[in-house]
Ligand binder design. Sequence first.
Ligand code: ASP
Length: 405
Amino acid sequence: MSHSHAAILLISIIISAIAGLAFGWFFGDLALKISWLGELFLNSLKMLIIPLIVASVISGIGALGDIRKIGHLGSATLLYYAVTTAVAVLTGLLVVNWIKPGAGISLADTAVPEHIIAKQETGIVDIIMSLVSSNLFASAVEMQILPIIIFAIVFAVALTTIGERSKPVLAVFEGINEVMMKLVVWVMYFAPIGIFALIAARLGLAGGGEAFFQEIKAVGLHVVTVLLGLTIHFCFLLLLLQLISGKALSYLYGTSRALFTGFGTASSSATLPITMENARENQVSDKAAKFVIPLGSTVNMDGTALYEAAAVLFIAQAYGVELSMMQQGIVFITATFAAIGAAGIPEAGLVTMVIVLSAVGLPLEGIGLLLAVDWFLDRFRTVVNIWGDSVGAQIIDTLIIKKAL
Ligand code: ASP
């Protein structure tokens, strides 16, 4: 996409996001009637995910051509994910200990949905088990992206070991990848309409602006705390990027279509095609982007990790439970795993949060406090999740790929 097209599209997306908020706020009922437009946009993005992931991961890793280079890229990427997620969880813990948003909150009597209670039994072993699928097609149907990425990585690694015969295979996946990226650009032109409808309809579902405002007021300090934490982490990544690549602001500008789409869809997986396209436009090399971004979109969730830690401490405060340093350490570890285990879909973080709550023995009913506003905070943490992956691709590109591994 040319620079001028990208700029016009970005302005249209910003205007449509604001218009969507206003429309949903004042005409909530009417907004529900156009929700199908948002669905259509979302479905077009989701349609691209599986073929794009398979083609990009295989062609990206395959192009490295040497198992040692893959190892190097892989370990640097995992290190980046681990460090930034740890910083995110720490930031969440710090802001919530500082602001104490849960003190003086009256506990709501909302029932916890079944699908959340069911997740209570999930442990770290389940998260590890979910890495490998017994049936890739079933995983594709279920949109379980992680096992598909793992397979694509292993496939690509094996491909690099078969010499000359890998060339035609690689060429096929490179071709498919190019086609998918073309489709992403076409779908992106519908982003303004899609984002408008998604935001307006979600606000409509919450009962329009007035009703939503009342919900927010009930846990206002929690909302402020989470938004502050997310902003701090967003800026931390921006600073890190500036220090390493020296072009943080232009990169932020170039990534903003993906960030707004993340805000509109509340799904980092659905946004993945646009995140990849933005990275490519920002001249992040294919070798980094094709590996760091798809894997990051499912395992590297800084916003979700920060949110889980902050929300669990908020619930503890609301119940008047003082969590010791040791227990906060448990929150730190489980929130990290819960974020890794969360899928890149709307409100997945709220569901995996029960793992953290159970680990420190807090009642699941605490989630009732957060249900009404979660869809709203979800959009902000999705933006941070996507930003974390985009920054990672640029950092790995600068530090590892450009230095010739
Ligand atoms: N919606 C988030 C994402 O797609 C996950 C979450 O619920 O935190 O990245």
